[in-house]
Design a protein around this ligand. Structure first.
Ligand code: NCD
Length: 311
């Protein structure tokens, strides 16, 4: 694998499982007293983020540093993009400095695929529009697998909320399906994609109907910045019908876990108390995100002839 643009690049179930196993090794590294190994000494990794981000960018940068790579942070707000520089010129300028990987987030779907044509560096998609977010999918699968005795086979997962705008939903459905889970998309019809045939998931418009049957409730952020017209009457209305309120959480089966990619709209898709409850894996998702990104960077960039070993 030279680039990671989509969950499809991981090579099906076997490739995904291999990456999750690699992640196990890196999670152990992050728990050492000195959580750093020299696997990527001399490599340069750029984070090129055209959309806001807290956890994804910091997670990639932390992962790169724990592998001893050098990092460059490109932030649109303080760059020549403000002077009208094109994406192509920006990429070529960065490339000319000598880099090994570009981690890119962009509001337009397909941007990472275009960048691949302009650079020799490895390209990692950190979220492109509504399209995909493969490392989020890997960290979600990794986190969930640890809570399901190492297997997602037969696990019933409800992904709830703003499906139509969500690259996380698209990538998560792919990875959960590949690992044998049974996914149901839940939300108002106005937040569902127009065509659901190629998603390979069940659909429900009634959260209360599915709650009693699932093992996992995966909540999505209402993406206010991407919602153009009124897709639902008000946030309060949304919360009343599709939010995981404390009353709804009380009706979940024992052992059900709650996930969210962050950032959360507390009080909208998830109640405060639920976000902080024991059943919530949200903080663990963030922790595991660093190990997953270490595994991906290592897989893409480590010299195969190197004598470095993870363990
Ligand atoms: C998500 C994203 O940016 O796609 N966040 C993340 O990467 N953890 C989800 C979101 O913004 O709602």
């Amino acid at each position: 694998m030279k680039h990671l643009l989509s969950v499809d690049d991981l090579g099906g179930r076997a490739g995904i499982e291999r990456m999750l196993e690699l992640t196990d090794g890196f999670l152990a590294v992050t728990r050492r007293e000195i959580p750093k190994i020299p696997a990527l000494v001399g490599k340069v990794i750029v984070t090129l983020f055209y959309e806001d981000s807290t956890r994804t960018r910091l997670s990639f940068e932390t992962a790169a540093k724990r592998l001893s790579a050098d990092t460059m942070t490109f932030s649109v707000a303080s760059s020549s993009v403000k002077k009208g520089e094109s994406l192509l010129d920006t990429v070529q300028t960065i490339e000319a400095m000598g880099i090994d990987a570009i981690v890119v987030r962009h509001g337009a779907a397909g941007t990472p695929h275009r960048i691949v044509n302009w650079t020799d560096a490895s390209v990692i998609n950190a979220g492109d529009g509504r399209h995909e977010h493969p490392t989020q999918a890997l960290l979600d699968a990794f986190t969930l697998r640890r809570h399901r005795q190492g297997s997602l086979d037969g696990t019933r997962i409800a992904i709830v909320g703003d499906i139509v705008h969500s690259r996380v939903a698209r990538s998560d459905v792919k990875i959960f399906n590949a690992l044998g889970a049974d996914v149901t998309l839940v939300g108002p019809p106005t937040l569902m994609p127009e065509s659901l045939e190629d998603w390979g998931a069940n659909v429900s418009y009634d959260l209360d109907e599915v709650l009693g049957d699932v093992d996992v409730v995966y909540l999505l952020r209402i993406q206010k910045e991407r919602i153009a017209g009124g897709r639902f009457p008000s946030l309060r209305e949304y919360s009343a019908r599709w939010g995981l309120t404390a009353q709804r959480a009380a009706r979940l089966k024992p052992d059900v876990v709650v996930m969210h990619p962050g950032p959360m709209n507390r009080g909208v898709e998830i109640a405060n108390d639920v976000a902080d409850a024991d059943i919530s894996l949200i903080t663990e998702q963030v922790t595991n995100g660093v190990a997953v990104r270490m595994a991906v960077l290592y897989d893409l960039l480590a010299n195969p002839t190197s004598s470095e070993r993870v363990s």
